[in-house]
Ligand binder design. Structure first.
Ligand code: GAL
Length: 414
């Protein structure tokens, strides 16, 4: 017996003696749209086939802001769910509080360190311990387009800001809505992610959103980014306020609008509606961010239930990390696998592009955590940024005021 297999055997033994008894798994998540629910079903069925029951705890609201509020209430009342969908810095925040289970034995047995990209491990692990199981990698700097509208109006996917504005103008002149958008803070911020990346480039994005550098936050480049948000605002329909993101996607699906700027969970809605990439819809990077990827990864953080990892938690984590699940789930969800060794055979054109883009961006230093989706800075800063971006989008601040407010918001909350 090799040393490695001996170690694995001992680890397996330790797991089997230290795990708590199996129970249902209670999962708090915000996957309530048609495409999201279809993807979640892949996970539910996987567990159910192993005899593990699924107690669903959905909290509607894209981006998970409401889900995180509900989670806080559950933990405060001493009743945390077994597993919780979570993003980036939220995982770190909960790990810091000592609330999450230590998955290291399982991670060691299954070799997670070797297959999960470094950029994700930064959030999956805290203090050297695995505390969550990564499901996917999404990215936020995409544009989704209705192909028939673009063909009819003779519009090619725009490559830069000026071409994009020209395309928006053409759509508006045709009487259709140019941009399908839902006026919710996290959606405004999702667009801002891409606009800042395109306007300032990757180094600026890093300085402003990740390093929280005051000079970058208060710069003319930031003002220009806000000016561009105002341009985008002028191509949104009158009923945008409060609209859910999937209803905005439906506008593109139904041919009422030409474009949506949204993370690749939008693709899940197109697929769920029976639409095909390159035939019915197009996916391309936000003009000016062709080489960059702003990512967010959904993970299931496991809440500690005592000194031992629950059997159902271990089963959930194992199911999530399995290569076949990573393929089956992400094909439906619109995201790409959270492991580097999953074949791309079952992915459509947008999924294959997503996988290539992610690898290229990671290899060339062009992969950045999404501010809008909790991977650039902690929730306190993110939420303060949301407030400023949304106030500006709704015309409460001009661009100059927005820049000043952004600087102050970060100063107070970082
Ligand atoms: C993101 C999440 C995605 C998708 C989206 C809209 O934060 O990472 O999986 O669910 O919100 O709900």
């Amino acid at each position: 017996m090799s040393l490695k297999s001996l170690k694995l055997g001992l680890a397996a033994l330790a797991m089997s003696t230290s795990l708590a008894s199996a129970a249902d798994v209670e999962v708090l998540h915000w996957w309530t749209s048609g495409g999201e629910a279809a993807a979640l079903n892949v996970l539910k069925q996987d567990l159910e086939s192993q005899g593990i029951g699924w107690q669903d705890m959905p909290v509607a609201g894209g981006g998970g802001t409401q889900a995180m509020t509900v989670l806080r209430a559950r933990v405060t009342s001493g009743n945390p769910p077994t597993a919780v969908q979570m993003l980036g810095f939220d995982i770190t925040d909960w790990a810091k509080e000592g609330a999450l289970a230590d998955l290291n034995i399982l991670a060691g047995m299954e070799g997670w360190d070797d297959v999960v990209p470094e950029a994700l491990q930064k959030f999956s692990k805290y203090d050297g311990k695995w505390v969550s199981a990564p499901v996917n990698v999404h990215s936020t700097n995409w544009v989704w387009a209705n192909k028939a509208i673009l063909d009819e109006l003779g519009i090619e996917p725009p490559q830069n800001w000026d071409e994009f504005v020209a395309a928006l103008e053409k759509v508006k002149a045709s009487g259709k809505t140019a941009i399908a958008h839902g006026g919710q803070a996290w959606q405004d911020a999702t667009i801002f992610d891409a606009v800042v990346m395109a306007t300032g480039g990757p180094e600026f994005y890093q300085k402003a959103f990740i390093d929280l550098d005051e000079e970058a936050l208060g710069s003319d480049t930031m003002k220009e980014s806000f000016d561009r948000m105002a341009v985008i605002r002028s191509y949104v329909d009158d009923n945008f306020s409060g609209r859910d993101w999937n209803l905005a996607t439906a506008m593109v699906i139904n041919g009422d609008a030409a474009f949506q700027m949204m993370g690749d969970w939008a693709k899940g809605e197109f697929l769920n509606a029976g639409k095909k990439p390159d035939e019915d819809f197009l996916c391309f990077r936000f003009p000016g961010t062709q080489d960059q990827v702003t990512f967010n990864a959904d993970q299931f953080a496991m809440f500690a239930q005592g000194p031992e990892v629950g059997k159902e938690q271990a089963a959930l984590a194992t199911a999530i990390l399995s290569p076949s699940f990573q393929s089956a789930f992400n094909v439906v969800k619109g995201s790409v696998p959270a492991r580097t060794d999953v074949p791309n055979d079952d992915f459509d054109a947008c999924g294959k592009k997503g996988m290539v883009d992610l690898k290229k961006a990671a290899d060339s230093g062009n992969l950045y955590g999404s501010m809008a989706h909790g991977h650039a800075n902690p929730a306190a800063v993110k939420n303060a940024m949301y407030d400023v971006i949304t106030a500006h989008f709704n015309g409460e601040y001009d661009s100059e005021t927005a820049v000043a407010e952004l600087v102050t918001a970060v100063q107070i909350n970082k």
